[in-house]
Write a protein that binds this ligand. Structure first.
Ligand code: KIV
Ligand code: NA
Length: 265
């Protein structure tokens, strides 16, 4: 695939090719992620935690998401750029949802949007889709509802919540979403959902029986280090490596080793 579209992702599922997705919130990181041929770049509202240091995703604003998204869009040549609609910008009514969606699309140049929830936000999603904006669903552990859940543990372990999740996934497919993220649910349930819809299911903490995987970039390169859920595979330990490198820089400045003769004019 030379450039990734929502259609490419649906084709990948049909062909059994797994979809790779990572977050990015800024130009420089997005350049790296896109260069590594990640299929989908998510400008996640996890920027609230990762970039701004908030405890939850709730405080990040539409303007802040647009700032992150436009930075990412400027960097990307190949990946599909999906942006989270932040908390409070789509739940109240479909008109508000569409207004927020249009602002992100117009002001950032993003390719698609992601919204958390199922039947509660069905009408809002339909309104956005009706404007020609591709929508990715997000079910399971939806962090914008953390105060309803009370905990970040695995969702849909109970029969009733699992049944509702399957219904919601089928509904999202039916109204026209192009993919769904499933976060932190039993692998068996996630696989069952992936088999019961034809749109791609992208998992985080949802096992290997789905159509693709997503992780938070800063977690998978080990820049964040206080967060270690079981589903997270760390490919680097950048927190330690960067701390060491920066420590070395401090030492070199203090000892007058830096700059040397060649490092000046
Ligand atoms: O905001 C985010 O990073 C996300 C992913 C974890 C799916 O929504
Ligand atoms: Na998110």
């Amino acid at each position: 695939y030379k450039i990734i579209t929502t259609k490419s992702l649906i084709d990948m599922k049909a062909n059994g090719e797994k979809i790779s997705m990572l977050t990015a919130y800024d130009y420089t990181m997005a350049k790296i992620v896109d260069s590594a041929h990640v299929d989908v770049i998510l400008v996640g509202d996890s920027a609230s935690n990762v970039m701004a240091g908030h405890e939850t995703t709730l405080p990040i604003t539409l303007d802040q998401m647009i700032y992150h998204a436009s930075s990412v869009v400027r960097a990307v040549n190949r990946a599909l750029v999906v942006v989270d609609l932040p908390f409070g910008t789509y739940q109240s009514d479909p008109k508000t949802a569409l207004h927020s969606a249009i602002r992100i699309m117009k002001e950032s140049g993003a390719h698609a949007l992601k919204l958390e929830g199922g039947k509660e936000i069905k009408e809002g999603i339909k309104k956005i889709l009706g404007a020609g904006i591709p929508v990715m669903g997000h079910l399971g552990l939806t962090p914008q509802s953390i105060y309803k859940f009370g905990t970040y543990t695995v969702r849909a372990k109970e029969e009733q919540e699992a049944a509702q999740l399957i219904d919601d996934a089928k509904m999202l497919e039916k109204i026209g979403c192009f993919a769904i993220v499933l976060e932190k649910i039993p692998a068996k349930l996630a696989e069952q959902v992936a088999q019961s819809v034809s749109i791609p299911i992208i998992g985080i903490g949802a096992g290997g029986g789905v159509d693709g995987q997503v992780l938070v970039l800063h977690d998978m390169v080990g820049m964040t280090h206080e967060f270690s859920p079981r589903f997270l595979r760390r490919y680097m330990n950048l927190f330690e490596d960067m701390t060491q490198a920066i420590g070395k820089y401090v030492t070199d400045v203090k000892s007058k080793d830096f700059p040397n003769e060649k490092e000046q004019y």
